[in-house]
Design a protein around this ligand. Structure first.
Ligand code: NAD
Length: 364
């Protein structure tokens, strides 16, 4: 198994180091090759996604990504900004599906801004198409009155569009994911207003017929936004387009109150995927050794499950993280009275120790 490790900017290198520590502890034949991406890559090579980094990702079975983003590069032209590293990888590797589980460990329910009983034990999956929709539709642009534009007012415009094939492929990912979970899919759209959504809804229903064991419901995006804060545990898999998913996945992430705990995966038609924490590069705490590495460690678990066919190893990592949380260890972002505060590296060590402890043969 060959994985490309792209730590990126800010806390990226710190949290990825802990994830590789955990992968090493599994004693699996995994080859890990590191490469720069994001602001550090721009500084060293003049591009956020250098050709050598892209090539490494193409040759790997999976990419483990830290985070990118650095205020020093915010003024660069769009195609040179750090976040182009992720967009470029998704585009080049054909990774159209973004999976974000939002999981709330009962011991961390107090960190949510919702009542603990609403979120304790929450386990939902937000699945978003990441390559289509109004973010990429053509034509797009700005028409300025000063350029002689008729009717003489400045305007900006974007095109929302989905092709049948794009909806079909994300629908299959949703129904297949639901089969590994509680067999319920909520498809989110705005079919009362948008033509794009009408096609989306029809195609979802058609694909759903091939999965009679999975319940499908349709929900308007405004209602979904409300239901997510009213009764989030009623959802299982939520599937939606790029823009609605962008917004709802951040809302779902905040339900748990701990962005440092949430992994994500970007998948395509094959087994290869890109795995990264849901949070950004957290420049405000970079270099202090206090970042929470668990989202990245859980992303590595998703990588083992989806790209490397190592479901047992993924289960072991997730169990080790549960054990560490149950033991009361907390990084600063999830710390509360009565728990023990630890740094990034100590948290990684604790997961490795729990992994090893879980491996011990049971004495009879
Ligand atoms: P952020 O997610 O980096 O940080 C938001 C807040 O959460 C900060 O207070 C930060 O300290 C905290 N936080 C985030 N991850 C944490 C962790 N693991 N442990 C403890 N605390 C954590 O979002 P932001 O501040 O809006 O953006 C910072 C930079 O990251 C920007 O340049 C942005 O463009 C970039 N960004 C990158 C990605 C990505 O790489 N996928 C995603 C979002 C933002």
């Amino acid at each position: 198994m060959k994985i490309a490790i792209l730590p990126g900017d800010g806390i990226g290198p710190e949290i990825v180091a802990e994830a590789t520590k955990v992968l090493d502890a599994l004693d699996l034949p995994i080859e890990m090759d590191h490469a720069p991406a994001g602001g550090v890559a721009y500084a060293a090579h003049g591009h956020p996604l250098p050709e050598a980094t892209l090539q490494l990702a193409r040759e790997a079975d999976a990419v483990l990504f830290g985070a990118v983003g650095d205020w020093r590069y915010d003024q660069l032209e769009r195609h040179l900004r750090p976040e182009q590293a992720i967009l470029g990888l998704r585009r080049d590797l054909g990774l159209f599906a973004n999976l974000r589980p939002a999981l709330c460990y009962p011991q961390l329910a107090g960190a949510s801004s919702l009542k603990p009983e609403l979120v304790s034990g929450l386990d939902i999956l937000i699945l978003r198409d990441a390559t289509g929709d109004v973010y990429f539709g053509q034509p797009r642009g700005r028409r300025m009155a000063a350029d002689g534009h008729f009717p003489g007012d400045d305007e900006g415009f974007d095109t929302m569009r989905y092709a049948r094939s794009e909806v079909e492929r994300i629908a299959h990912v949703a129904f297949q994911a639901a089969r590994r979970r509680r067999r319920r899919v909520t498809s989110v759209d705005k079919a009362n207003v948008l033509e794009t959504s009408r096609l989306w809804r029809d195609v979802m229903s058609e694909v759903g017929k091939a999965y009679p064991d999975v319940a499908l419901e349709h929900m308007y995006v405004d209602n979904a936004a409300m239901q997510l804060v009213k009764a989030p545990k009623a959802f299982d898999v939520v599937v939606t387009g790029n823009m609605f998913g962008d917004i709802l996945s951040d809302e779902a992430a905040m339900l748990t109150g701990s962005i440092g705990m949430l992994p994500s995966a970007s998948l395509g038609a094959g087994k290869r995927g890109l795995y990264e924490p849901s949070h950004g590069s957290a420049p405000d705490i970079a270099g202090q050794g206090i970042a929470n590495p668990l989202a990245t460690i859980l992303s590595a678990a998703m990588m083992l499950r989806f790209s490397l066919a190592q479901a047992d190893a993924a289960d072991r990592i997730e169990a080790a993280v549960r054990d560490v949380i149950a033991s009361g260890l907390r990084t600063a972002d999830i710390h509360a009275a009565g728990t023990t505060r630890v740094g990034t590296s100590a948290m990684g060590d604790a997961v490795v120790a729990a992994l090893r402890a879980g491996q011990l043969p049971v004495e009879v």
